[in-house]
Design a protein around this ligand. Structure first.
Ligand code: FE2
Length: 138
């Protein structure tokens, strides 16, 4: 991903301070490449956001948990798209890019699809997360 000009940890802190009195439930989608950055963000927002999940890598991770101060967290919720693919892209086109290092137009793969993600069970009384469940439907 492109290099950022602003620090997302500082920006998200400011944004949550702005909305926390207006929102009952705060959900943060941290679109990032590195696992460590996503785990750090989850812990940074523990107790400030109700749910923090990562996106971008397109692969559902198996580390869902409720952090010590009550924030539901998972590193990546995965993707919805073709199963037989390279994170959604046509396998032949993707392999050509990696093997030859030559540019190749991205082409979306075809065929049977999957849906991955999470279901967050929220207590309606206090908006605390009760449970987090991974889903992987094929
Ligand atoms: Fe992305």
């Amino acid at each position: 991903m492109n290099v950022l000009t602003e620090n997302p940890f500082i920006i998200v802190d400011e944004l949550i301070k702005k909305i926390k009195n207006e929102a009952n439930i705060i959900v943060v989608d941290f679109h990032a490449e590195a696992t460590a950055e996503k785990v750090a963000m989850g812990n940074f927002l523990d107790g400030k956001a109700n749910i923090v999940f990562g996106t971008h890598t397109h692969v559902l991770t198996a580390d869902e948990r409720i952090l010590p101060k009550g924030t539901a967290y998972i590193t990546d919720i995965g993707m919805t798209g073709p199963i037989n693919s390279v994170i959604g892209m046509d396998i032949k086109a993707s392999l050509k890019r990696f093997v030859t290092t030559l540019p190749e137009k991205y082409k979306i793969a075809e065929g049977k699809c999957m849906l991955t993600g999470c279901i967050f069970d929220i207590n309606e009384e206090d908006c605390r997360i009760k449970e987090i469940h991974r889903i992987n439907i094929q």
